[in-house]
Design a protein around this ligand. Sequence first.
Ligand SMILES: [Fe+2]
Length: 244
Amino acid sequence: MGIFKKNRITYTDFSQIGIDLHSHVLPGIDDGSPSMDESLKMLREMERIGYKRIITTPHVISALYPNTKEQILGQLYHLQDIIAQEGIGIEVEASAEYHMDFEFLGKIQQGEALPFGKRNFLLIEFPFQKPEFSYYEILYQIQLLGYEPIIAHPERYSWLMNRMKLYEGLKDRGMLFQLNINSLSGMYGLPAKIAANQLVDAGMIEFAGSDAHHTGHLLEMHKALHNKHFSKLLQSGKLLNSSL
Ligand SMILES: [Fe+2]
């Protein structure tokens, strides 16, 4: 829902986005929701602020959260049962946020991927330090396997920030970009907010995500609703969330 104000639309909730593709709602399997109670609280809040469906994406990080496809789906089915019992009106599916570490490509080659959407999407997180290896080559291998990579929060990696050529290099190779809504609200600091604004201005963002680890992150997102770049992103005509 939105209202026209000061020559631009000010949104009152996130119903225009409708489908979220990045969150940590499954209980107890990463640094997201620690309990079923918190998961239900998060889902009630997501329903309240306008989401109809979410594809939740627990971390898959070899050294920290080595979640397998079976573990993720097991937690998903458990959560879906409780959602039905509680009468929460939001659809939940699961994929993962795959960290590009030394085991990443091997896992995908072994059939460990949980793709989502109509185009076999995979949400991929880069290392927060500049990778020593060729990330272009790994992303190309992922594409050859039939998956379409979405780069999670490209605005948050310090080695990419302010380097438009590197962002363009990824775009030239067919990568899609998912922005964290809370980067626009300033939750990750000023450098991430500036990079987020630049990517929105350049029309490079295809997906908006909550990346919610707890209810607090969802409440924080409200600050973005009055943000000029949030409005610009929603009116860019480039967002693919609703097509998932
Ligand atoms: Fe995440």
